[in-house]
Design a protein around this ligand. Structure first.
Ligand code: KG4
Ligand code: ZN
Length: 340
């Protein structure tokens, strides 16, 4: 007596995750480990270590999910895994595991684009419908996507250099704060004064909604080197302010662009690890309110990398009859546009 259940697997970066969702978007079970502690000594994700850790614990997470859901393999309708983009060693672990299970259990296999997982994640429990505008901001990705429907994504703009999360991580390193940098900077910024340091807000006034963060990072670097008596908290606050200001100014253009091609669009969603930032959320909430748009932020655990969004994307694809062959090769690079 089970609804259609799909098992999802996510191993494209430093989180080993499995989850089971049903066809209403309910998360029936999930299990995951974060490898942050393994990579922290190196100040960033080490691909080789990541792949080995995925291999160590993915099987257990899948078993745990089935147990938590109280179901057998016979209740699972399909198996989805992130097949790119990301760190290829980890992706290969997830894809090979999913393919083997699909072959052994004679189940459909779905090779999911990680970015599509993020793009569709606002639908998991979110009060949202197509078309919606999504700001995807994580450590590896930074783009505005207009989601018209399954497989119909228009990328309106993206970063010209670093992703916003990557910028947070690099800035944290410059300031002697731990990895991952986003949460560390947000915390430090609470005790700082953003007006103490003048950092540039890149792309201001440029047409379109492309973003850029490397100039800001260099400006912070110069500032830190020149002024030895700087308070880390002030630097963190100024940096965060510059990133959030840019994202909001760009978001405004993205909203205007969306209205041109999708006049009925009135949903704005934010996803990716940086969406955890409370200052960014508050600023985007205020901006979208000005336009009378609905603002959707998925649960924190759905914003960062997770397997539920992969299972959900897999479920929608399976329902649309778009399963993949077991010969599907993982793709380290896989732009969302190629999915449409
Ligand atoms: O989506 P995610 O878990 O992994 C991928 O990159 O795909 O995002 C991780 C990124 C890291 O760069 C981290 O510094 C950033 O999200 N991040 C934050 C915050 N929490 C995580 N950035 C700003 N403020 C935060 N509170
Ligand atoms: Zn991600």
């Amino acid at each position: 007596n089970f609804a259609m259940l799909v098992l999802g697997i996510e191993t494209s970066c430093d989180e080993t995750c499995a989850a089971i969702v049903d066809d209403t978007g309910r998360i029936i079970a999930e299990s995951m480990t974060s490898q942050i502690k393994d990579h922290q000594p190196f100040g960033g994700v080490v691909p080789e270590i990541a792949a080995r850790r995925h291999l160590d614990c993915l099987d257990d997470h899948i078993r745990t999910c089935l147990d938590k859901a109280g179901c057998q393999w016979g209740n699972i309708a399909a198996i989805a895994a992130t097949a790119g983009p990301g760190l290829i060693g980890g992706i290969a672990v997830g894809v090979m595991t999913a393919k083997s299970l699909a072959f052994a259990r004679d189940l459909p296999f779905l090779a999911i684009n990680h970015l599509e997982g993020h793009a569709l994640s606002p639908m998991l429990g979110g009060n949202i419908a197509y078309p919606y505008l999504l700001l995807l901001v994580s450590g590896g990705h930074c783009q505005f996507v207009l989601c018209h429907g399954l497989g119909r994504y228009a990328v309106l703009g993206g970063t010209r250099d670093d992703a916003a999360g990557e910028a947070f991580d690099k800035a944290a390193r410059l300031l002697g704060l731990p990895y991952p940098g986003g949460p560390a900077i947000e915390q430090a910024a609470r005790g700082g004064d953003a007006t103490k340091i003048d950092l540039p807000i890149s792309m201001l006034g440029h047409a379109g909604c492309d973003m850029s963060f490397s100039g800001l990072k260099s400006a912070l670097d110069r500032h830190v080197k020149r002024h030895s008596a700087l308070k880390v908290e002030d630097c963190a606050a100024a940096f965060q302010h510059a990133v959030v200001s840019q994202l909001c100014e760009r978001a405004q253009n993205a909203i205007i662009m969306s209205r041109e091609t999708a006049p009925s669009c009135h949903h704005f969603a934010v996803a990716g690890g940086v969406a955890a930032n409370a200052v960014l959320r508050a600023s985007l909430a205020a901006l979208t309110k000005e336009y009378h748009w609905n603002f959707v932020v998925p649960d924190q655990k759905l914003c960062t990398d997770n397997a539920a969004m992969i299972a959900w994307a897999g479920l929608l694809r399976a329902r649309a009859g778009q399963c993949n062959g077991l010969d599907f090769a993982p793709r380290p690079r896989w732009p969302l546009q190629e999915n449409s």
